[in-house]
Design a protein around this ligand. Structure first.
Ligand SMILES: Nc1ncnc2c1ncn2[C@@H]1O[C@H](COP(=O)(O)OP(=O)(O)OP(=O)(O)O)[C@@H](O)[C@H]1O
Ligand SMILES: O=C(O)[C@H](O)COP(=O)(O)O
Length: 408
């Protein structure tokens, strides 16, 4: 690979030059306030370096999945306010993408200043499947730099998206890899190239079918795969157990059966929970009880019971396995951690990673938010990835468009 680095851009000289940076400021919000600012913090070092070297920095970022038009609910304003609070430099905001506000503010931007554009996904061309549409937007974005700027991709969380601000822009302006993208790739490559053994992978969360593909790839590398969260029930169903009203992807049961037998052939052990916390409803104040994983419908809620966390015995087993791993990758909460009663499994897994002396990597927006919400700090782990889907697609061995284009 011959990807140009941020250091190369800096040494070429950025003083008084426009640099368009793609950052991932896609953070969770509640009541208009940022509830986990991990991604914002992670985006600061690259911006700061450019500011210190006198660049005129224009940041492109998205928040959520608006439908290609302005929608106040998805305004980047709260994320930008938080960036302004945290960063050692002032941050301006344009309330459109390439409209009059962006053009005016970019035109008057001083050297060593940062301007963030409104949610790039307010423009339907950003995510368009039509190459010409995306390229048209990319050219408008490049025009904000007077046509002679540079592009830096620092949005690791979005490198798996073939979007105008991630992909096409790199064909219009000289393109460089931001330091966040570089450090993420460095750590993740240690999970795919000769990881120290035992290599333990912990998967949970609710996006079951998204994560099944990663299992296929990791089975050939990991020594054990610990399965929790909403994924568990498709695995338990594949073993012939009833799972009540829990999250279940019936059309994936056959695939999972295949994984279970292939895992055994490859020497990759699937570790499933032996007990489950079953509730009467999906709510913080739900009635709940712990039942064996192979007899979920024996709870007092019968077939209406919903599995919302792994049980305490499973949590202990998982934590012990994790603590004695040499390489651990974790994606996806073990239960509905947003409700205190169902956060036990996630907390135990995070504790296991904290105790582990090997390489510990947490990937996934919700997983990162979960560990912080549960009182853990970034220093309890070797690395908390800012990428959810991006880190999974990397581990699946898929080509990441945002990286591939930097190598063109
Ligand atoms: N048993 C369960 N039933 C239903 N939902 C669950 C269960 N266990 C965990 N979840 C939910 O899974 C969600 C997180 O899943 P997700 O797959 O999005 O995780 P992630 O990969 O860390 O996040 P992201 O995709 O944002 O990077 C949480 O909101 C949690 O409440
Ligand atoms: O949250 C993420 O994983 C990234 O910000 C990408 O967001 P997306 O899945 O909406 O493209």
């Amino acid at each position: 690979m011959t990807i140009k680095t941020l250091d190369e851009l800096i040494s070429d000289g950025v003083d008084n030059r426009y640099v368009l940076v793609r950052s991932d400021l896609n953070v969770p919000l509640a009541d208009g306030k940022v509830t986990d600012d991990g991604r914002i913090r992670a985006s600061i070092p690259t911006l700061q370096l450019l500011v210190e070297h006198g660049a005129k920095v224009i940041v492109m970022a998205h928040l959520g999945r608006p439908k290609g038009q302005p929608d106040e609910k998805y305004s980047l304003r709260p994320a930008v306010d938080r960036l302004d609070e945290l960063a050692p430099f002032a941050v301006e905001f344009a309330d459109d993408v390439t409209g009059p506000s962006a053009v005016e503010r970019a035109g008057t931007l001083a050297a060593g200043s940062v301007l963030v554009l409104q949610n790039i996904r307010f423009d339907p061309r950003e995510t368009s499947k039509d190459d010409a549409q995306r390229m048209e937007l990319a050219r408008e974005l490049a025009a904000l730099t007077g046509g002679s700027g540079a592009y830096v991709d620092d949005a690791f969380g979005a490198v798996h998206r073939k979007h105008a601000s991630v992909y096409d822009i790199a064909e219009v302006l000289p393109a460089y890899e931001g330091n966040l993208v570089r450090s993420e790739l460095e750590v993740l490559s240690r999970l795919t190239t000769d990881p120290a053994k035992p290599y333990v992978v912990v998967l949970g969360g609710s996006k079951v079918s998204d994560k099944l593909a990663v299992i296929e790839n990791l089975m050939t590398r990991a020594d054990s795969l610990l399965i929790g969260g909403g994924m568990v029930f498709t695995f338990l169903a594949a073993q012939g157990h009833k799972v009540g009203a829990s999250l279940l992807e019936e059309d994936q049961i056959e695939t999972v059966k295949g994984y279970l037998s292939r895992g055994a052939e490859l020497g990759c052990e699937f570790v499933l929970p032996t007990d489950i916390v079953v509730a009467d409803k999906f709510a913080a104040d739900a009635e709940h009880e712990v039942v064996p994983a192979d007899a979920m419908e024996d709870s007092r809620f019968g077939a209406a019971g919903i599995g919302l966390d792994i049980g305490p015995d499973s949590a202990r087993t998982f934590a012990d396995r994790i603590a004695s791993g040499a390489t651990v990758f974790w994606n996806g909460p073990m239960g509905v951690f947003e409700f205190d009663a169902f956060a036990g499994g996630t907390k135990a897994v995070a504790e296991g990673l904290k105790q582990c002396s090997g390489l510990t990597v947490v990937g996934g927006g919700d997983s990162a938010a979960a560990v912080r919400k549960l009182g853990f700090s970034d220093s309890d782990f070797s690395h908390i990835s800012t990428g959810g889907g991006a880190s999974l697609e990397y581990l699946e061995g898929k080509e990441l468009p945002g990286i591939a284009v930097l190598d063109k």
